[in-house]
Design a protein. Structure first.
Length: 192
């Protein structure tokens, strides 16, 4: 039950995009098309989960025992950057259309504050390895849910009779605000 609580809290109650407001650059930049949002979601799930696991191991096996905790930011960023480079090479070779569609936002996963935040939060919350993995899966799944829903809504808004001066980012920001309010309703669902 504890693992479910960790996942659910990360997935809905403390959604990384709509409640904590992290990773908004990719949220607004990639969510113009549903297919691109699904691809970005997959990339974030992979990088966030693997980088969280690797960062947890490095922290507990190297940094903490040797009192090098002050290096965690640099080590975690290097870990994330390495994983993004591997993923970028894979997508370029195996899924070139998705690679082109994601454009600049794929390498920007390296600097995605949500991925670094998950690595830090798993340590700061004193999660064990399995709890850390569940937490990172919850956060990345919540990211995926939010960005895919937002992309679907944005695609539907292209067909809506929205005044020209209100189209694009103005209506996107208002829509994101309403989505955030909807997710805010989950905050008192459980006392986690």
């Amino acid at each position: 039950m504890e693992l479910f609580g960790i996942f659910f809290a990360a997935f809905l109650i403390n959604n990384i995009l709509l409640i904590r407001f992290l990773a908004l650059c990719s949220f607004f930049g990639v969510s113009t098309k549903l297919s691109t949002s699904v691809g970005m979601s997959s990339a974030v799930i992979f990088v966030m989960t693997i980088s969280s696991a690797v960062s947890w191991v490095i922290y507990h096996a190297v940094l903490f025992p040797f009192h090098l905790e002050f290096l965690r930011t640099a080590v975690f960023i290097l870990t994330i950057a390495s994983l993004v480079q591997l993923e970028e090479l894979y997508l370029k070779k195996m899924l070139p259309a998705l690679y082109r569609a994601m454009g600049i936002y794929l390498p920007l996963i390296t600097t995605n504050c949500a991925i670094l935040a998950v690595a830090f939060l798993a340590i700061d919350y004193r999660f064990g390895f399995l709890q850390s993995l569940i937490y990172s899966l919850g956060v990345s799944s919540g990211y995926s849910l939010a960005i895919i829903l937002f992309a679907y809504i944005r695609e539907r808004m292209l067909l809506a009779p929205i005044p020209k001066w209100f189209q694009g980012y103005p209506i996107a920001f208002i829509t994101a605000a309403f989505m955030s309010l909807a997710f805010l309703g989950f905050t008192n669902m459980f006392n986690l």
